[in-house]
Unconditional design. Structure first.
Length: 461
């Protein structure tokens, strides 16, 4: 018994010494055996700091008068009716009205001054929406619906190219390459012949009224307009068409313009390349809208759904909120692709770059507490439940989804209960030492009986 007591004293000394070095201005003093619970003394008085919490009713301090106890958790006692903060059951009046509540109190009592020194803060258990976080990486790509492939409308040789590199920005109407095409020269000659025939017919007609009334002339003018528009549809600019009409000569090397704006994402032709209508020369993309391609594993994909909220963190630390746009129903090499469409008008995201992606899956209402309130150990997860007037009680809880600074409580606490969100390690150590002292005291009381029994046992032998 002496060895057990010596070991207990040594354990208390080590923990008290550690607490002294951590909090040099706070002294930890354990009261005598008749004292209800340990206390932490300091030199100043200050209230408990709280976060969105209101104090629970205080425990009956002296064990006098009526006492209400939880049938499932006898350590929960108070001097008035209520519900258990652990299981939610109604408290029942104890038949022994003089029962000292500390008989079942395995917690710790801390005076308000020491709580202020420790900076202990409280938070209420509350209902809130929480979702599971699926963390992955994403690759920024161009929105495929905005891709524009540049094709030549006729066979020919590219004499000069104005597109030199990937990422080059091209404006609509900008000259992108010049081409020599015998086929295009033939079309120009046919157009010039058509113009000459029109002019000859018009010379034979006098008067505007005759022109309007002559159906043949009107059909001729409409046909000429179609031929002119045909050149424009072949990405030949209006300036080139006007040059052909003014000079009455075909242009051998024709400038081709871009039909829409975009950023060059692919180059398949250079100066001297032979162009055909079936070959893609260049690819442009509108980067004002991009896709973030996300790679998921099958277990992650089974939790992610279209419409889930997504948080994207760029390389510059900028955070973008969006919605999951698509989750592929097919896996490729045990990986599932998903997609998020982003409005990139400010060009914060660059195609080809990588970003961090967090998918907030399975959102639901649940009881939550700050993640820092939960002490994790091999025996389970523990929170320090505040019972009022500086009393803290260690309570085992079952946890669920953890999302950032919030964690779900699936069992062990009820809404409105208050828990410590910092300083729990010292409080938990104090509660453990209090339990150790009680065990040593119980051994001391039982030791004489054991010693008295030994002689009788020897005599019996």
């Amino acid at each position: 018994m002496t060895k057990i007591k010596a070991a207990g004293i040594a354990l208390l000394s080590v923990i008290m010494l550690a607490a002294y070095f951590i909090y040099p201005h706070i002294s930890i003093s354990w009261l005598a055996a008749q004292t209800a619970s340990p206390g932490i003394a300091a030199t100043s008085e200050a209230p408990i700091a709280k976060t969105n919490a209101s104090p629970l009713p205080s425990i009956n301090p002296a064990g006098q008068g009526k006492v209400w106890v939880c049938p499932m958790h006898p350590e929960i006692m108070q001097d008035h009716p209520g519900t258990c903060p652990i299981c939610g059951m109604d408290l029942v009046e104890s038949p022994n009205r003089t029962t000292d509540h500390t008989a079942h109190d395995h917690g710790v009592h801390v005076d308000s001054a020491s709580i202020q020194k420790l900076g202990v803060r409280l938070a209420s258990v509350m209902k809130s929406s929480i979702s599971e976080e699926i963390r992955a990486y994403g690759n920024v790509t161009a929105d495929e619906s905005t891709l524009y492939n540049v094709h030549s409308k006729f066979d020919g040789t590219i004499k000069k190219s104005y597109i030199h590199s990937i990422g080059q920005h091209i404006e609509k109407g900008q000259v992108i390459y010049e081409i020599y095409s015998p086929e295009l020269i033939t079309q120009q000659k046919e157009y010039l012949n058509f113009m000459n025939r029109r002019n000859q017919i018009l010379k034979t007609i006098t008067g505007d009224a005759l022109i309007i009334e002559n159906e043949y002339v009107m059909d001729l003018l409409v046909e000429l307009s179609k031929e002119r528009t045909k050149f424009l549809h072949e990405d030949i600019g209006i300036e080139t068409v006007q040059k052909i009409e003014d000079s009455r000569q075909p242009v051998e090397v024709v400038k081709i313009i871009a039909a829409q704006s975009g950023v060059v994402t692919q180059i398949n032709a250079r100066e001297g390349s032979y162009a055909t209508p079936s070959a893609t020369l260049f690819t442009l993309a509108d980067v004002a809208r991009v896709w973030v391609a996300v790679t998921l594993y099958p277990d992650q994909a089974s939790q992610a759904k279209n419409g889930n909220e997504v948080t994207i963190t760029g390389s510059d630390g900028q955070i973008i909120k969006a919605r999951l746009d698509f989750v592929s129903p097919v896996a490729d090499n045990n990986k599932v692709s998903a997609r998020v469409a982003i409005d990139n008008a400010q060009l914060h995201l660059r195609p080809g770059s990588f970003v961090a992606v967090t998918i907030h899956a399975r959102p639901h209402e649940a009881l939550v507490v700050p993640s820092s309130a939960v002490l994790r150990s091999g025996e389970g997860n523990v929170v320090m439940l505040h019972r009022g007037a500086g009393h803290f009680l260690p309570v085992y809880v079952e946890t669920g989804i953890e999302n950032g600074d919030t964690i779900e409580i699936t069992d062990g606490l009820q809404p409105g209960a208050e828990v410590a969100v910092n300083g729990q390690f010292l409080l938990d150590s104090a509660a453990s030492m209090n339990a150790a002292i009680e065990r040593m005291q119980s051994h001391e009381h039982s030791a004489p009986e054991m010693h008295d029994a030994k002689p009788e046992m020897r005599d019996a032998k």
